[in-house]
Design a protein around this ligand. Structure first.
Ligand code: XMP
Length: 513
């Protein structure tokens, strides 16, 4: 089914909620012509919320032809009002606004959407205009203190709408209402399961690649691992994965790729050992931006060389590059293939023109949580599937000062202890990530045993976030902080002080460089 996006930040969330009912959904922009929507033959449409007033001059309108196509439609918030206006009902500036938690009052038997739900229950509202009169043929099934018409439905034409936001967690019965629309009113069968995603994607990759060959760069992260595993399942020996070890990874990460990923998938893996190359290039460099540029440049060099070697070995017969592009990237870049290509090109840093590949993007239709479920379905270990975000430049941007082999060893040891203790305390899923930063150019005096020490501080940077755009520092339990601090200062000789970063983002970024 399709979610028509009227400019709400909620459209992607609606698509995710629909998918949670095991029905496949995609987001389309509101200016998609009705003929195009009909051509795609959706099982139903959801019209999303949006910031406009239906009476505003440039307000996106709903073409009334949409309701003659015989496709079930569910309007939400702005979508509900636009649908009302298009079908001859009345939407008014009532002067009262409802924002946030509001009590919904069921009228009559509640209709299909609200039947048997509590007569009064909380929902999340966010609107200025209100529907004062439903269009012909609709039964009003709920209202609120300030909104006489907060829900209506026309079972015969399979049309319905709600003023509130059923997709947000603050509407506790919202998911059930959405499910009832999709299954009971629109009559869609829930068939989109993780197993079916794997089967369909594997089949599509086989059709696309045929008997030709593909290459996939692994970063150690979730997306490239799941993309690689899917393509491996589809074409087996025709795929080669390339993993560039730049020496800036955390303890155990190379083994995780070389041992665990290969054991789980049976993939053919080429590891490029570029540790010395990266350290040489980073020698004497302390500026964060310069470090990032050098790491990016060396990474492309290494990957490009590996790709060339592979192409040469295969007599030029490698036609495809696997990319872990996700659905939010596709939606945000306009949904077209061209736009997504630009993005994925960026992911490998831009390969030279004489190395041209067609892209295989097996995760293009999936959200992150779906990617993780597919990873588990494919038998990838939890350590890979639930790995927390880790920056491409790795520990290189967590050493404040010059990056050297010794400093990397120190930071890797401190980071491993912090990760072990957070995992042991069961906190991995509660925090977004917890960088450990080595202040390599700072020294502080300490005392250990009977002796004075003059070592380096490390900073713990635990953060909570939804999307890394904003973040708050995580209030870790004191006893966990104490264990991390004691172990790091006892076990990592060069570190004699552990500090905690209590800055939110903004103003701080998550990483220190
Ligand atoms: P900042 O430090 O900008 O980080 O608040 C936001 C999120 O992005 C990660 N990060 C990166 N990821 N390449 C990446 O793939 C990078 O160059 C990079 N820099 C930061 C960071 O770990 C956090 O999750």
């Amino acid at each position: 089914m399709l979610v028509v996006d009227y400019g709400a930040q909620y459209a992607q969330l609606i698509a995710r909620r629909v998918r949670e009912t095991q029905i496949y959904s995609e987001v389309v922009p509101h200016d998609t012509p009705v003929e195009e929507i009909v051509r795609r033959d959706p099982a139903a449409l959801v019209l999303s919320g949006g910031p406009a007033s239906v009476y505003a001059e440039d307000a996106p309108q709903v073409d009334p032809a949409l309701f003659d196509a015989g496709v079930p439609v569910f309007g939400i918030c702005y979508g509900f009002q636009a649908m009302t206006a298009a079908l001859g009902g009345t939407v008014e500036h009532t002067g009262t606004r409802e924002y946030g938690r509001t009590e919904l009052e069921i009228t009559g038997d509640g209709g299909t959407l609200h039947e048997d739900l509590p007569g009064h229950h909380p929902v999340w509202m966010s609107h200025g205009d209100s529907v004062s009169k439903a269009p012909e043929g609709f039964t009003v099934t709920a209202g609120s203190k300030d909104t006489p018409v907060a829900a209506y439905e026309d079972r015969r034409r399979r049309l319905a709408g709600v003023q509130y936001h059923p997709e947000v967690a603050h509407s506790p019965h919202g998911q059930e209402v959405l499910r009832r629309f999709l299954q009971d009113i629109a009559g869609i069968k829930p068939q989109w399961t993780t197993a079916s995603i794997v089967d369909d994607t594997v089949e599509a990759i086989r059709v696309q690649v045929g008997d030709r060959r593909a290459i996939c760069g692994l970063s150690g992260g979730v997306d490239s691992a799941v993309a690689g595993a899917l393509v491996q399942r589809a074409i087996g020996e025709q795929l080669t994965c390339v993993f560039v070890d730049h020496g800036l990874l955390r303890a155990g990460e190379r083994a995780q790729v070389e041992r665990d990923f290969v054991a789980a998938t049976g993939v053919k893996l080429v590891t490029v050992d570029a540790v010395d190359q990266f350290l040489d290039a980073l020698a004497g460099v302390t500026d964060p931006e310069e470090k990032r540029k050098i790491i990016g440049r060396e990474f492309i060099r290494s990957f490009e060389k590996a790709a060339r070697d592979l192409v040469a070995d295969a007599d030029g017969d490698v036609d495809f590059l696997v990319q872990g592009t996700l659905y939010p990237d596709v939606v945000e870049s306009g949904g077209g293939t061209g736009a997504a290509n630009i993005k994925s090109h960026h992911n490998v840093g831009g390969l030279p023109d004489d190395l041209q590949f067609q892209l295989v993007e097996p995760l293009r239709a999936l959200f992150k949580d779906e990617v993780r479920r597919v990873g588990l379905e494919l038998g990838l270990p939890e350590t890979i599937v639930h790995r927390q975000p880790f920056p491409g430049p790795g520990l290189g941007i967590r050493i404040i000062g010059e990056v050297t082999a010794d400093r990397l060893t120190t930071l890797r040891a401190a980071d491993a202890i912090a990760r072990e203790e957070l995992t042991a305390a069961g906190l991995d899923r509660d925090i977004w990530q917890c960088p450990v930063v080595l202040l390599a150019d700072v020294r502080s005096v300490g005392v250990q045993g009977d002796g004075r020490t003059y070592g380096h501080p490390v900073v713990l940077r635990p953060v909570s976030s939804e999307d890394a755009m904003t973040a708050d520092w995580t209030r870790l339990p004191y006893d966990v902080l104490e264990r991390i601090s004691t172990r790091i200062t006892n076990e990592v000789a060069e570190v004699n002080r552990v500090t905690l970063d209590v800055t939110s983002k903004p103003p701080g970024t998550i990483e220190w460089e």
